[in-house]
Design a protein around this ligand. Sequence first.
Ligand code: URA
Length: 278
Amino acid sequence: MKGEARANVEAWLEYFSELRISSFYLDRAEPAGATAAGSSVTSTAPATATYVPTSSAAMRAKLQASAPAPVAPLPVVKSASLFEAGPRVENDTLERIREDIGDCKRCRLCQQRNKIVFGSGSARADLVFVGEGPGRDEDIQGLPFVGRAGKLLTQMIEAMGLKREDVYICNVVKCRPPENRAPEPDEMDTCSPFLYRQLAVIKPKAVVCLGAIAFQALYGAKQSISRLRGQWLEFRGIPMMATYHPAYLLRNPNAKGEVWEDLKKVMVHLGLKVPARS
Ligand code: URA
């Protein structure tokens, strides 16, 4: 194995070892022809020509077969949303929301954006990840989380035994804030109704807020992410968990373990098998 394929595998092994997952080595030789399973990967997914255990069809089938029954009532800590009575759009769809956004000029973020980044993934996803706003790569491609932080998010999703196209990924603001600054409150207020509509259409079983801005948009107030991460909260009846943003993890790799703990809770909630000894 050479070049990019080798680099991909090495990145995987390093990521898993940071999460203290090692048992998958036992499965490495198992699924003959497993790479074919990645053939339907969309352009939003990383190049996965190499054999990646957790994203193979065989491994996914195995995870599903051995998944525990979904756990009963969630330990919802607090009903968090200030938006319970938010307006609902009858017969809404993701396509309709995108049409309503149009060539948006509702806030100043339109001035420097290249592409609107609406969101990507499955409209029937059980799990939605919400980030802050597009960065440079996302603005160019029109897709969420495709830069460095996005590659890490993809690894996190695949560590959960899922693929990017199994989940839905979107942001609080759909246009890139200049110099990657945090979105201003008025920009969030303008754009977040579209996020709320996306969540209302998808009706996921869980939402993961990546970082403080996403959490603020769904929780309704500025909160310390380090204090409230890893707890089940709620957004309009959808179980919601906040964790650190992948960009933060790139700067603070030691926090990856905490994020993995949070994601394991999400896996349990979704009935996904949590790898042993992780
Ligand atoms: N960071 C985000 O919050 N969202 C993206 O889409 C990319 C990076």
